[in-house]
Design a protein around this ligand. Structure first.
Ligand code: ASP
Length: 326
């Protein structure tokens, strides 16, 4: 009896505390964990969105880069964080979609341990080679890889990162075998690609763009279904001729550790929707090749459903493409 009373008292204290928190939230700086090195696509997207959202929240958002193991290190840390509405995870298709199919031991469950807050716009990828590369087309690279299995190496942002997953899908569809080289994010991998230590890499089309227009890298193919003539003139989509039907884009979004107050999720989502009414901003994203989505897809419920569907989809994709990690 006494114990029941204590439990009831504790439960009501928790509800009251959560309610009080949600009423005044946010009273201090928010932290968004980005599980890759600074300067890469996830980091760039997170900083841009955090900047806009923080203006509508009236609180600063800081980005904490906890890099390693294809994003699973930072995601594991976020899963265990206090769900007090001040620590969040910037998640993407790799460690929040594909990871359960790839890792035998994963310290978190993308669906059970997190609350989806809102989805970011998507970004397609681009196949990049160094300026001095002998491969001027994806067909030439595939032919060379077929002639010498394992000789060509592909940089990626970590085991299970999107750059790794898309390269593995590309290998499977093209019937080739390349050597993956993993880094703690796309930014350090790109440095080695520019330096010529890495032969090729898939990177997000938005962050790759300045490297290509600045003449440091060549873009030889796109993973969007159709070409992107404004951003990448004369660069074919893989689907056009080389690999019909090939299509890939990375999805991203914000998550909170499970147990966060519903009101916190709603307030963040509303701040994000307000930020998206800035047409200069959305135009700028579109000009970088970022795919803006219908508004309903940004919502917490839709994003939670999407995450669960992606976890299921990747179990199949990983089996079909024989993508394994451990
Ligand atoms: N999003 C990138 C990837 O998974 C990594 C990064 O942002 O650095 O390839």
């Amino acid at each position: 009896m006494k114990i029941t009373k204590t439990i009831c008292a504790l439960a009501s204290l928790l509800i009251t505390t959560q309610f009080a928190q949600a009423q005044t939230w946010p009273t201090k700086t928010l932290t968004w964990i980005v599980p890759f090195a600074a300067g890469g696509p996830t980091d760039a997207m997170a900083r841009d969105i955090a900047d806009k959202v923080s203006r509508h929240l009236g609180q600063t958002v800081i980005i904490e880069n906890t890099a390693g193991a294809g994003g699973t290190l930072g995601a594991g840390k976020a899963a265990k964080a206090n769900p007090d509405g001040y620590t969040f995870l910037v998640g993407h298709m790799g460690y929040m979609g594909a990871a359960p199919a790839l890792y035998k031991k994963l310290s978190y469950d993308p669906v059970k341990d997190f609350e989806a807050v809102f989805r970011f716009p998507d970004t397609p990828l681009v196949l990049l080679v160094p300026k001095t590369s002998p491969y001027k087309t994806a067909d030439a690279l595939i032919a060379a890889a077929k002639a010498s299995p394992k000789k060509i190496n592909f940089g990626n942002a970590g085991v299970g990162s999107t750059s790794h997953l898309i390269a593995a899908l590309f290998e499977s569809k093209a019937g080739i075998d390349v050597t993956p080289i993993s880094y703690k994010g796309a930014a350090p991998a790109m440095n080695d690609l520019v330096g010529g230590q890495v032969d090729a890499m898939f990177d997000q089309s938005n962050t790759a763009l300045p490297q290509v227009t600045g003449g440091r890298l060549n873009a030889i193919a796109l993973t969007s279904l159709t070409p992107m003539p404004v951003q990448y003139p004369n660069v074919p989509a893989l689907a056009e001729k080389t690999l019909p039907g090939f299509e890939a884009a990375t999805w991203y979004g914000l998550y909170a550790p499970k147990g966060v107050a519903k009101d916190v999720v709603q307030k963040l989502h509303q701040a994000y929707l307000k930020a998206l009414t800035d047409k200069d901003w959305t135009k700028r994203m579109a000009a970088q090749g970022i795919n803006l989505l219908p508004e309903a897809q940004y919502a917490p419920e839709a994003f939670a459903k999407h995450t669960a569907a992606e976890v299921d989809r990747w179990r199949q994709v990983a089996t079909d493409a024989k993508i394994q990690i451990d």
